[in-house]
Design a protein around this ligand. Sequence first.
Ligand SMILES: *Cc1c(COP(=O)(O)O)cnc(C)c1O
Length: 453
Amino acid sequence: MSTPTSSRPPAAADRMTGYDLRSLMPMTAEIRDGHLWIGGVDMVELAHEAGTALYVMDEATIRHQLAEYVKWTRYHWPDVDVVYAGKALLTLAMTRIVAEEDCCLLCASGGELAYAVRAGFPMERVQVHGNNKTPAELTECLDARVGRIVVDNFEEMERLSALAADRGVRQRVLIRVTPGIAADTHDFIMTGAEDSKFGFGLNQGLAMQAVKRALALPGLDFEGLHMHIGSQIFALRSYAKAIEVMVAFMSQIRAETGVSVRMLDVGGGLGVAYGVPDEPSTVQEFGKVVVDGIKAECEKYGLPVPRMAVEPGRSVVANAGVTLYTVGSIKQIPGIRTYVAVDGGMTDNIRTSLYGAHYEALIANKADKPRDVVVTVAGKHCESGDIVVRDASLQSPETGDVLCVLATGAYCQSMSSNYNKQVRPGVVFVRDGQWRFSVRRETYEDLMRTDLG
Ligand SMILES: *Cc1c(COP(=O)(O)O)cnc(C)c1O
């Protein structure tokens, strides 16, 4: 273990209270008697009863976000599939909520597909993507009779067609295209540029070759095109530009093959607020840009308007979730910074060390007090980079306080690990004053379950 140092001067405390962080919180968040409540549940009591570290998800916010996508896309065009990207957060309870909200499910692996199967998710509403689906995963997709597979490369197309033809079926497929749009986001989560491991590029004719091959292969039913330009995108203009490119390609497909593309899936990626100054576009604005953009471009080329799909992940769950920790050791390094250590860290939230993500936090049992000191919230793992929040404004943290990190509903539990043999936190869903474990906390037994000794 090395000693963390920083050349950055400590930031000034912002004196905000929990009230000022409302834009980052679940929609049911409120402050009662100095405590933070979510879904009608006192977070301080919950931390004591359920134990920390703990992921808390507000069911009302999740359902609201899914419903917003359904409403504001179908408002402009009736045939839109809202396909929730399960990799952001997937539990069996979450899978059932997605089904109940009339949405589809996007799976990125055989494991995610297994959740859909176990939850009894309607299989015709499952869509599977990924840049290197294994032969076993393709077989699992066909066994489960998933609605659509997003094909990503030539080998996969040949293999999938052969497997499907063997069973006497034609699998509906979308072809993933990289529209060559560099979305304004972090390099690791930017996926729509020409130099990407995902999909077929347009410039060298690969995407057209892929479409022609899909049309020729007996086991494939070419339904349409898919794109996904990245994640945490704030500029809707990136979508509008990518849609122009994709519809121009649809026109080219019709000219060269006579085939009208039946479906255009524009992927996910809508940004969310992690900090108070963040002002992401609303689902309503996103829906309008996407649907109106596709309609207008199709009109320009005289193409029939296809069925559409959007694939939100982060924007459905990020702000619906928080993580509760208990404050442990507090280390003041004079003139440098104060480290406040919690009972979790990079094993339950890797995004700070992986992307330099910034989070806001508050002390749940002092929610109405001003956040008047700046500290670094560190995890308990053997890495100096194990930081949860750098320069966190907090209400004078003390050992035993319940620290609540906001907007952790997406890509935290789903990216969690057992490093240091840390047991993963449970996931609690709150709703109407009730709470229940969707995923229980792991035990040491769970850690050794697969170890053959
Ligand atoms: C990750 C992913 C999504 C969801 O992205 P968000 O940024 O979470 O909305 C959608 N589609 C594909 C293909 C993805 O890989």
